[in-house]
Structure formats: structure tokens, C-alpha cells
Design a protein around this ligand. Structure first.
Ligand code: FAD
Length: 563
């Protein structure tokens, strides 16, 4: 049995190593077009930033160590340029020579390549990508020589890591993002915290704008933006996304969707004895959903292992689950993390969903160092299926999003989160952890104990409902919705008549700072017979939503007291 693996990093090397552990007698050949295998792509920004000082730490294995430990035949500087699924061969080019290699089973793990948008001047030597070890060495060399100012094009995960790394090295950094906000997979209202974190690092952020041209002269590149702004750059980091590196395989007949090889739940492509995984694939959709590429290291590594299982164990192999896109990034003192679907994906898939916003603390508030987190959870309003969760905060966000990711994978509903036994002592959490709280709120929504409204509904609700602000008078005076009536939640019972008069038959839409006091108010008002809803996330979410530009024209007013 000869297994040929194309691509020698995350998926490819996981597949090769697992194949050897399952079959001592197989001949396993790994073909890698670059000079390194099994390198730590995810560590590259931290090498550029100087947090990883020793470049050899990026090289997890070498062809020699892989031959010694696993008897793998690893051939670097060897690019697969064509394949023939009938003859079962791949054509390789290595040091100018072309040859063919026969396979019994073929694993395609070519990963992705940087998207190069059609911006004139992008071929300047000062424009660099950050995909390979050589890219990182070249960028670091620029940083160590004379670079003083950098422009990062694209504020996705890698763009943000690159921006922080370059800033850490003392460069003046501008980040330019065409999408309306940085870190586009994050919901806009949470992305405002990420933007603030970038600004706190001293990074200049230009979102909702694109670069139109790069003009080079002898000393500097000039990045021209669509509003005419010109940013000088000794270094331009290009991180405007990736696309699957599938050209030779698509040409050979592997069925693709938008350039990604379509695979089934065992990593099998449309061609016999050809498997694929990692950044170059999209899972064949179930239930009519849109296939998506998930270019992340965890799914890539795990898929490689399960592909080897499929080749060598056949039907006994476990299925590869559809990745949840669980991801995390550090930006200054903030962590942003997400798992599952965001609103954009849910809308594209035509799914019904309810959204809850929470602002819990990472541990008991009475213990020193309590830090607020900002969480968003989407779930199915009918059956409680958890569809996605995101969070931003200084501490504890990665832990909570990992719990949500586990819950989604395990098929738990939002109500099941109430029952999770999570670790608790005051320095670590709360007796009702943030995840439990999300479960309690979700369960209340499903059971009709609370009915939610959202900050985005404000323009409509201000027209037709009484907006009731259940915060204290001081909080109200510091900024409130125009025309909102202020009755602190502790006074609601005794002021029911007044509320009834103000409402004059209209529904009541109540909010407080975070959604807790307004929930108490909602319960009192419902018991008194009002049509009432509670704003999820309260004023904290409302301010995020306004900052994210989701409520154009709406401004909070200060001082006036209608209480
Ligand atoms: P890769 O690991 O990219 O390997 C593909 C290999 O195939 C490449 O070495 C390529 O040279 C080779 N190849 C391509 N075409 C051919 C061919 N025709 N013939 C031979 N060889 C070929 N993910 C996270 O989850 N967390 C992170 O923090 C994170 N940080 C990242 C930071 C950076 C800078 C980068 C670049 C990526 C990061 N990722 C991160 C993404 C993660 O590294 C990828 O999702 C993962 O490596 C994909 O694995 P893969 O096997 O599909 O592709």
C-alpha cells in the first residue's frame, strides 16, 4: 500500500503520522512544495513580534526526524503540479525536474494561499504575506532593519496578529479593513471592543474602507485609500484572506465548490481513492446548508488523523464532524473568541434564531480583579439548539467559548447549559457561571418566562411603545434613550398606575444596564397585565450597537429626567 500525501504541514503531516501508527508496512510519501514541513504557521506572527525569539522553535519536525521516528519519506521542495485519477499518479516538479509518482491512496492537503486583491502596486517588494516560515523570516528582517511604519491590509485573525506583532516591535501601524468592522466574523457590536483594543495599542484603525493603489518609490510605499488618504509604509502586510490552493486538483477533476474541494464526512473527494482535508476543503453540505471553508488549525489537524483512519480502517473510521469555526485571538489586553454561526451565516442559511447578550464577570465580583465579559449567544427559538456563541473580554472568554463549542458539538440545548457543573472558586468563576447564566436566560426565553427585545429594534419600538428605563436616576441622567421614562426597578410596584398612564395602551419595552433589573421589572409588569418585553444586554449592548453604527441617527441624551 502506497499512501501519497500532498502538503506537509497540519492536515498532511497528521494524516501521514497517523497512517504510520496504524500501518507499519505502508509506504508513505509526503510531497511538500516548500522547504519546510510540519512548521508552526500559527506561531509566525509571534516570531515577527519577538515573543518567540528562536526561529528553530517554529520547526516542529524535519524530514530527517520524521524518517527516524515514523519512517516517512518526506520530500521538500517538491510541488505536485498535476494528477491523473485514472492512472493513479501525481506529477511532481522538484529542482526543475518533472516526474510521476504512483499512489494507492492520495491525500490532498495543500492548504490555502493568500488572496491578492486587484490593487495596482501589490507587486512591490515591501508588500509581504505571512503564510510561511520564509515569509516570517523576511518580515522579521524588514522589522529588524529599518522599518518604522507598516500598513496591514485586512483585519481578520492573521491581520490583527500581524498588526499587534509589528506594533510590539515599535512600528507605527495602520490597519485597513474593507468590511465595515475589524474581525469580520465577529458580530459588529463586539468588534467595537476589538477596535478599542487596537486603538489602545496605538494602532491606527481604518475600517469600512479599501486600499485602491500602492505607489512605490525608492524609500517608501504609499498606500492610497478609497477616500484619498495616503498612508506611508516601509512594510505592507497583506492579509486580505485566503483561498484554497487547489488549482492542479480541480483541473484533474476533483469536484470543487468556489475553489474548495468538496469532501464527505470521511474526507473523501469525488474521485476514488482521493481524500482531502484542511484549508483546501469544504464539507459536502447536509440539509441544504451552504458548504464553508474553515481555515483553522484544529479542524485541519484532526481531519488529517481521521483521513488516515478512513484509508486504513475503512468503515470503522469515525466521521469528521463539520467544523464549528471555533477561533480565538488576542488583541492587546482583550481576547475575542467565537464558535458556530454568526448572524450573517444564520441569515444566509435562512435559519430562525434568537440572540441573547450577556455581560457577566469572569469570576466572583467580590474577589479582586473581576473583569466583565461581553457574550452573544444565538440559539433556535423552537428547540433551543445552540447555533453560535461569541465573546470579548480581558479574561475568561476563551474558557467560556470552549464550553459553548463543547456544548454545540455535544448537541446540548441552551437549557442544558443550566445544568453544567463547571469549576468554581472565587478566583476562577461564579457559583452561577456565565455559561450557566446564558442557559438560564435561554431557558426563560424558550419557556416564555421572559420575552426579549433587542437594541437594534429601538427605532421601531420608540415609535410604537413606551420605553421604560429601569436603572437608577443617576444612571439614567448619564445617558438614556430620548423620551424614555425612568422608573428604577425598585419603584415599579408602587408606580404601576403612573406607568399605565404613560403607556396609554402602548406596549412597554423595558431595559436596564445589562438586562437583569429589567428582567425583574418585566416580571412585575407582566403580572400587572402589560404587554412587556425586556431588552437583552441592556444599555451596555445598546451602546455597543450604537458604536457599531447599527442605529444610525440615534443618540443617547443626558440629564433630562422623566422619572
Ligand atoms: P497548511 O498547514 O497550510 O499546509 C499546506 C502545505 O501544502 C503548505 O506547506 C504548502 O506549501 C503545501 N502545498 C500546497 N500546494 C502544494 C502542492 N501543489 N504540492 C505540494 N505541496 C503543496 N489557525 C488556528 O486555528 N489558530 C491560529 O492561531 C492560527 N494562526 C495562524 C497564523 C498564520 C500566520 C497562518 C498562516 C495560519 C494560521 N492559522 C491558525 C491557520 C492554520 O495554520 C491553518 O488552518 C492550517 O495550517 C491548515 O492546515 P492545512 O494542512 O490545510 O494547510
Amino acid at each position: 500500500m502506497r499512501i501519497v500525501v500532498v502538503g506537509g504541514v497540519a492536515t498532511g503531516m497528521s494524516a501521514a503520522a497517523r497512517a504510520r501508527r496504524l500501518d507499519e508496512s505502508a509506504e508513505i510519501i509526503v510531497l511538500e512544495k516548500g522547504p519546510y514541513v510540519s512548521f508552526a504557521n500559527c506561531g509566525l506572527p509571534y516570531y515577527v513580534g519577538g515573543e518567540i525569539e528562536d526561529r528553530t522553535k517554529l520547526l516542529v519536525q524535519t524530514p530527517e526526524s520524521l524518517r527516524e521516528a515514523l519512517n516517512l519519506d518526506v520530500r521538500v521542495d517538491t510541488e505536485v503540479v498535476a494528477m491523473d485519477a485514472v492512472a493513479k499518479t501525481v506529477t511532481v516538479r522538484s529542482v526543475g525536474e518533472t516526474s510521476t509518482i504512483r499512489y494507492d491512496s492520495l491525500v490532498l492537503a495543500p492548504g490555502a494561499e493568500a488572496v491578492r486583491p486587484p490593487i495596482p502596486g501589490l507587486d512591490s517588494p515591501r508588500v509581504m504575506t505571512l503564510r510561511s516560515v520564509d515569509d516570517a523570516l523576511a518580515m522579521k528582517e524588514f522589522v529588524d532593519s529599518s522599518a518604522k511604519q507598516a500598513v496591514v491590509l485586512g483585519a481578520g485573525f492573521i491581520g490583527l496578529e500581524a498588526a499587534e506583532a509589528l506594533r510590539h516591535q515599535g512600528l507605527d501601524v495602520s490597519v485597513v479593513e474593507l468590511a465595515p468592522h475589524v474581525l469580520p466574523p465577529l458580530e459588529p457590536e463586539l468588534a467595537t471592543y476589538v477596535k478599542d483594543a487596537l486603538l489602545s495599542l496605538g494602532i491606527d484603525v481604518r475600517d469600512g474602507i479599501g486600499a485602491t493603489e500602492i505607489r512605490s518609490d525608492q524609500h517608501v510605499d504609499r498606500v492610497v485609500l478609497s477616500d484619498g488618504t495616503v498612508l506611508d509604509a516601509d512594510l505592507v502586510a497583506l492579509s486580505t484572506g485566503v483561498r484554497p490552493a487547489t488549482a492542479p486538483f480541480e483541473a484533474a477533476g476533483v469536484e470543487c465548490f468556489r475553489g474548495a474541494m468538496l469532501v464527505d464526512s470521511h474526507g473523501r473527494t469525488s474521485l476514488e481513492d482521493v481524500w482531502a482535508g484542511g484549508d483546501a476543503v469544504a464539507m459536502r453540505p447536509k440539509n441544504g446548508l451552504i458548504p464553508r471553508v474553515v481555515p483553522l488549525a484544529g479542524p485541519a489537524n484532526r481531519a488529517g488523523r481521521l483521513i488516515a483512519d478512513s484509508i486504513l480502517l475503512g468503515e470503522r473510521a469515525r466521521e469528521i464532524p463539520v467544523p464549528l469555526s471555533t477561533a480565538v485571538v488576542r488583541v492587546g489586553d482583550q481576547t475575542a473568541a467565537l464558535t458556530g454561526a454568526n448572524r450573517q451565516m444564520l441569515d444566509a442559511d435562512g435559519r430562525e434564531y434568537e440572540t441573547i447578550n450577556l455581560h457577566p464577570f469572569q469570576h466572583a465580583t467580590y474577589f479582586p480583579g473581576a473583569k466583565q465579559m461581553h457574550l452573544i449567544v444565538h440559539f433556535d427559538p423552537e428547540n433551543g439548539e445552540i447555533l453560535g456563541a461569541q465573546g470579548v473580554g480581558e479574561e475568561g472568554v476563551d474558557k467560556r467559548i470552549d464550553v459553548f463549542a463543547t456544548a454545540i458539538r455535544g448537541g446540548l440545548t441552551i437549557s442544558d447549559l443550566v445544568d453544567l457543573d463547571l469549576t468554581y472558586a472565587p478566583p476562577y468563576g461564579s457559583a452561577k457561571d456565565a455559561v450557566n447564566m446564558a442557559g438560564m436566560l435561554g431557558e426563560n426565553v424558550l419557556g416564555g418566562v421572559t420575552r426579549l427585545w433587542h437594541a437594534e429594534d429601538l427605532p421601531t419600538e420608540m415609535e410604537r411603545a413606551l420605553i421604560l428605563d429601569a436603572r437608577s436616576r443617576t444612571e439614567y441622567a448619564s445617558g438614556h434613550v430620548p423620551g424614555a421614562l425612568n422608573i428604577p426597578h425598585t419603584e415599579i410596584r408602587e408606580r404601576i398606575d403612573e406607568i399605565s398612564q404613560e403607556a396609554a395602551g402602548r406596549p412597554i419595552r423595558v431595559h436596564c444596564a445589562s438586562g437583569v433589573r429589567s428582567y425583574l421589572s418585566e416580571r412585575m409588569l407582566r403580572a400587572a397585565g402589560f404587554d412587556v418585553k425586556n431588552m437583552t444586554g441592556g444599555m451596555i449592548t445598546m451602546k455597543q450597537v450604537i458604536a457599531a453604527g447599527m442605529l444610525p441617527g440615534l443618540e443617547l441624551v443626558e440629564g433630562e429626567d422623566r422619572g
